[in-house]
Design a protein around this ligand. Sequence first.
Ligand code: MRU
Length: 368
Amino acid sequence: MNVNNQAYRTIWLSGEDDTIVKIINQQLLPHNFEIMDLKTVDDFRLAIKDMYVRGAGLIGATAGFGMYIATLEAEDDNINNYTNKVSDILKATRPTASNLAWAVDRVQSVINGVDDVAQKRFLAKQEAIAIANEDAESCRRIGEYGKEIIKQISQKKSGETVNILTHCNAGWLAFVDYGSATSPIYAAHDAGIDLHVWVDETRPRNQGASLTAWELAQHGVKHSLIADNVGGHLMQHGLVDMVIVGTDRTTRSGDVANKIGTYLKALAAKDNHIPFYVALPSSTFDFKITNGLTQIPIEERSADEVRFITGKTECGTRQTIQICPDKTPARNWGFDVTPARLVTKLICERGVCDATEESILKLFPEQK
Ligand code: MRU
């Protein structure tokens, strides 16, 4: 997608000999747009853990490149041990998004049976590139399918503005390009459909305020930032036509783990008969599990993310301030699970399906 009219992806390979991976430093958005180099496995570990990159798809793509860099870092005669160790290190950075382990395993599986070290390095690079390219293409296709849904709502409203609510950032910054929840929005906007997006601020890290609002503005999409608790009120007053969110892990039965607070939006949407869509590439399915509530690991992050808030001061400098008494204890769960019964449809790169095992497996018959 474009930043100041220049096309970017969120991650790409660089350097004369393809030994540097470039990312957009998402910690600094929306106030500063900076590109950052990842050169060592430890750079990758920190970038994922400390959320210089974040979002299920991008975490996966970053981990894929991290495995490639691990093959470069490894001594020739220790490459298997080293890549196994790095696989564990990367998988431990963030537990909820299934894309992470999926990408690490994918790179490992192509290099495992190969003896020649140079060939291993070459294959790891090719696989990491393929993961990133497929992520972008899947998101593009999600946009095409999702656009049709928005178009139907627009037609029902005789072309009046379609109001879409989204939570967190399931935008192109959360993937390699396009986004999952935002891809239909960009495709519909580009097709001339009149739409407006309600952007949940998404405490505690405010990915809606800092990332989704920035992305939508860069693409010229009408939007309004709202406090996290506003969505239900808007729904009760007919100001939301649909909800679209992303997901970090979706079970084969259609339960969806997404950013904390998503469940409450789904409940409010159900109560107000508003369709609740979840957009995801197939890399986000965890086909091994059926019960989201008991089987999806939910990340708990530092309490300081709740106790402090970061923003721009009047002087334009970035500052973090405390918002509670000095000794207030806090807890910080990053994700919650929305049961399949609250999900209207899943929008995937292969099409749109119900959030049921039967319907999901019709799109992914190889997982039966
Ligand atoms: O903690 P984050 O910023 O990585 O969480 C991102 C989200 O919750 C997104 O909605 C999610 O990854 C689904 S779309 C990639």
